[in-house]
Design a protein around this ligand. Sequence first.
Ligand code: ADP
Ligand code: ASP
Ligand code: MG
Length: 425
Amino acid sequence: MALIVHKYGGTSMGSTERIRSVAQRVAKWVRAGHQLVVVPSAMSGETNRLLGLAKELMPNPSAPEALRELDAVAATGEQVSVGLLALALQAQGVPAVSYGGWQVPVQTDSAYTKARIASIDDARIRADLACGKVVVITGFQGIDALGNVTTLGRGGSDTSAVAVAAALKADECLIYTDVDGVYTTDPRIVPEARRLASISFEEMLEMASLGSKVLQIRSVEFAGKYRVPTRVLSSFTPWDIPIEDEAQSGTLITFEEDEKMEQAVVSGIAFNRDEAKISVIGVPDRPGIAFQIIGPVAAANIDIDVIIQNVSHDGRTDFSFTVHRNDYQRAMGVLESQVLPATGAARVIGDAKICKVSIVGIGMRSHVGVASTMFRTLSEEGINIQMITTSEIKTSVVIDEKYMELAVRALHKAFDLDASAVAAE
Ligand code: ADP
Ligand code: ASP
Ligand code: MG
């Protein structure tokens, strides 16, 4: 008997028919003798719908008291899902009980809309499991120290599931979704993308942080910190396939160091359309200027990603950086009202039509020339690189958003990631 956590995403929970299929799959695992905790997301489209309603009433909420209410609204999607799934399980003759994050409780900080899990009380879950029940827990939501409902950021049900698995020291966390694993890049953009049977934790972390939405980054951080055996697999296989086959399917996140020897130099390509670029033009080039620009932006609680400062001409320079698109208007406001007057810079220009494309692979550590292959490939496609940033296992470029698909496809081919390239070997 093993203790297994299943997570089902929005598409997997998308209709009562889909929920019934999830219940049948879970029942199969229970009948095979396992203890099951299931963490579902809201039904597909539901979180968007709820946030859309809120937006009609307050277009740009940013005050903490408004974000609190946004979380109160958004968290209801998962509340519906757990109840429906528990009903579907009971209808199959499987004892099941559902809990909201506040009932477990899943304790978080008070950073509404992007709260972090602090602890999960396992007492109630363990008591129910001991009674032979399947425990169904809301993804995405928690409760802060003052008893307010919080949410963990978009895609946060992945994090809920892995955190629950870590708290319970579960034998495995299975993330069921609408693709059959982690691919070399998003298969919706590149149909030739190839499923990876396994991916190292470090690569998965980079892929997630650089925009691959198949797993929320914090779920990968939890998996790494607590060494939770985590697998991404499809909920769209027939529910009654043999458990042994299902348990081996999809993509396993691995933690072993030595696996990298055999690996390709570049394992995957990620892209992110959620950022915007801001340039401060004609900044006096003197010590402390980067701090004078970035300081007020950071003080407004806006995260900054790629930064570039050009060489100066006549004592003036241009300074560019990227922020999340949700923070774009706010960042522009801070720069115009505070930074321009304080620094004497000429002007601020913004561009929300950019994207970041990244190549990722632990093999890059020991191979030179990887970045140059990337730059050559993009130049052959006539794509202008606006910004570059590198680390040991990734290189990212910021380009015009309209070239995103072209860039991803060209790079996928250039680094021999297409399924046909592997089949031909
Ligand atoms: P869920 O609702 O199950 O959480 P998501 O939509 O959050 O599902 O994540 C699954 C989606 O992630 C896939 O449908 C796919 O389009 C996208 N995706 C992005 N990058 C990758 C990748 N490298 N491998 C697989 N899927 C990816
Ligand atoms: N329902 C939430 C969202 O749409 C959480 C999740 O699906 O993981 O972002
Ligand atoms: Mg998701």
